[in-house]
Design a protein around this ligand. Structure first.
Ligand code: ZN
Length: 242
């Protein structure tokens, strides 16, 4: 049985001719995502093409802006040339990568200091560097984000049932009715104040599991200005697609 069908179509959006991948699938609603390879639209089989393209026109400003941002920023941020001297993202800053061929054979490690990110590796093979830095990002995410979460939760007077890292695409964080927080490991790539905004947002959901005025008031108390900084956060959204 064929589960879904994909085709590439073109539509004029603002001043740009946009190619998008249209995936027809057994689903109820339309989704538009900008992924590593461009715009991907997932649509129910019964939805007419003109309706799909009307939805793209509605989102035109966002699509054009995000595509431009993606081309210039997001991709090199998470896919640097994995070689000595490459700039690697950490907490909102691009840091030069340096590699030490450890004479301690087989040692793989990374650390950050004033000079940048120092990797100790048996070789400077791009694949090896990528693996080491990615593991290090995850470890930093644990070490840095967990204490921030507990500190903000304490300030809110709440104790989360659990705090876990996620690798979900498309979402910085979430909180469920059981009081479990999921935080995207990619928060370690953001400027610290924006990562804190996300964490505070999820912690505020421990008080209000909705986006009601009471929720925004709780967030404002916990982290003044977080709501206003959402636009700044949106500019980093490309990271969530990698
Ligand atoms: Zn929320």
């Amino acid at each position: 049985m064929m589960v879904s069908t994909a085709s590439v179509r073109t539509v004029a959006l603002q001043d740009t001719l946009l190619s998008y991948q249209l995936i027809r699938a057994a689903r109820r609603s339309l989704s538009v995502r900008i992924e590593a390879d461009g715009v991907v639209v997932r649509a129910p089989r019964w939805l007419a093409v003109h309706e799909i393209e009307a939805a793209l026109h509605e989102r035109a400003a966002w699509i054009v802006r995000t595509m431009a941002w993606w081309r210039h920023h997001a991709r090199p941020l998470v896919r640097p040339a994995w070689q000595p001297g490459a700039e690697v993202l950490y907490r909102g800053a691009m840091l030069p990568l340096s590699v030490r061929h450890g004479n301690r054979n087989g040692v793989r490690d990374a650390r950050v200091d004033l000079l940048g990110i120092q990797v100790t590796a048996p070789s400077a093979e791009p694949d090896a560097l990528e693996r080491i830095v990615r593991q290090w990002w995850r470890r930093e995410a644990e070490d840095v984000l967990m204490p921030r979460t507990l500190a903000l939760a304490a300030r809110a007077g709440r104790i989360p049932a659990a705090v876990r890292l996620s690798r979900a695409r498309g979402q910085w964080g979430s909180c469920n009715a059981r009081g479990e927080l999921l935080l995207n490991w990619r928060l370690i790539l953001l400027p610290p104040e924006l990562a804190d905004d996300v964490i505070a947002h999820e912690v505020a959901h421990l008080c209000e599991l909705n986006h009601s005025p009471r929720f925004w008031a709780a967030l404002e108390t916990l982290r003044p200005g977080a709501r206003q900084r959402r636009q700044a956060l949106a500019e980093w959204a490309g990271l969530l697609r990698e």
